[in-house]
Design a protein around this ligand. Structure first.
Ligand SMILES: [Zn+2]
Length: 336
């Protein structure tokens, strides 16, 4: 995350925006120098924009899309200091957080790739965050321009006769302090429910509350829903949240980011992939969703540890018993 903020403000049409794409490419090349990527170029109101897509496991025809926007908002239209509202948003949580989690997920899922029975897309959107608000907005621009353009060109990015989409998971504002996800209403409810169940099962009951706030958010997942792809938005309350009040302000910087929040988001999505697409039947991660939603069953690791402890205890008891037996036999012999 630090790297993305060090690049500067990733505003559409700026050199920093280009540098950010080059940064993503360098991070994926670190994972594998041959990591497949495709650039999606388009213009909005004469400004050159670019989405970037990285593909893992292209040998599988069923595709899971993991997405985040990487642009940062050009004006801090909600800043409490009116004079600062013309300044850009650093985009720590609103932009960089989701992208940072995607990069970490790419690292870990790459190491597990031979065990996974799906193709995974890591998709970074430009031009999400320049919509109109408090009299600012780039003229003629809407929110989520990047994802809308991507979906309208999606046939250029896959073989629609052979490949199909499983689902799309969007990560937006996933790295702030006091992370708590909402029940986003446009999201495919079964998919979002599954992510919540997994998060809670991993112990993240604050972040995935049993009674989450509900709201409908215009975000990058909506374009995919329009393509009938089940989609879910992992996002927080950003409009009236005293626990994270930095949305579209100049304070959305690293000082209000929590590495724990980033990790919790990443581990939940990672577990979602394992639960649904891990090949190895001996895999300890492999859940059988729907599991333990209502009852708190111990997880597989705990059961295995208990079985081992019971076995060790059993062996110890029987060894003690046999040792006692043989010493009794010896004493009997002595009597004889
Ligand atoms: Zn935003």
């Amino acid at each position: 995350m630090q790297d993305q903020l060090d690049i500067g403000f990733r505003i559409p049409g700026t050199p920093e925006r280009v540098n950010c794409v080059n940064y993503f490419i360098s991070k994926f090349k670190e994972i594998n120098s041959n990591f497949t990527y495709l650039l999606h170029n388009y213009t909005i109101d004469i400004i050159a924009c670019q989405n970037i897509l990285f593909k893992l496991n292209e040998n599988y025809s069923n595709i899971v899309i993991l997405g985040a926007h990487y642009d940062s908002r050009a004006k801090a239209t909600k800043d409490p200091i009116i004079a600062d509202r013309n300044n850009p948003v650093p985009g720590g949580n609103d932009g960089a957080s989701g992208c940072a989690v995607l990069i970490e997920l790419a690292k870990v899922l790459y190491t597990e790739r031979v065990n996974l029975s799906c193709q995974i897309w890591f998709l970074f959107f430009d031009a999400e965050d320049q919509g109109k608000d408090n009299a600012y907005g780039i003229d003629e621009w809407d929110w989520c321009e990047g994802s809308q353009r991507f979906v309208s060109d999606i046939n250029n990015f896959y073989n629609y006769e052979k490949e199909n989409f499983e689902c799309m998971i969007l990560l937006d504002m996933v790295g702030g302090e006091n992370l708590q996800f909402i029940n986003e209403q446009y999201s495919t409810s079964s998919l979002l429910d599954e992510l919540f169940a997994i998060g809670r099962d991993l112990g993240y009951t604050y972040q995935f509350p049993s009674n989450p706030e509900s709201a409908s958010i215009i975000d990058d997942h909506r374009a995919f829903l329009g393509e009938r792809i089940p989609s879910a938005d992992l996002i927080i309350n950003f409009w009236n949240n005293p626990d994270w009040p930095y949305h579209h302000t100049t304070e959305d910087d690293l000082s209000h980011i929590s590495s724990t929040s980033l990790e919790i988001t990443g581990k939940t999505v990672e577990q979602f992939i394992y639960n649904n697409y891990f090949n190895d039947p001996d895999n300890l991660y492999h859940g059988n969703y729907p599991w333990s939603q209502d009852i708190n069953l111990p997880n597989t690791e705990v059961i295995i540890i208990v079985i081992i402890l019971v076995a060790i205890f059993g062996i110890a008891v029987s060894m003690h018993f046999f040792a006692k037996k043989s010493s009794e036999n010896k004493s009997n012999l002595a009597i004889i």
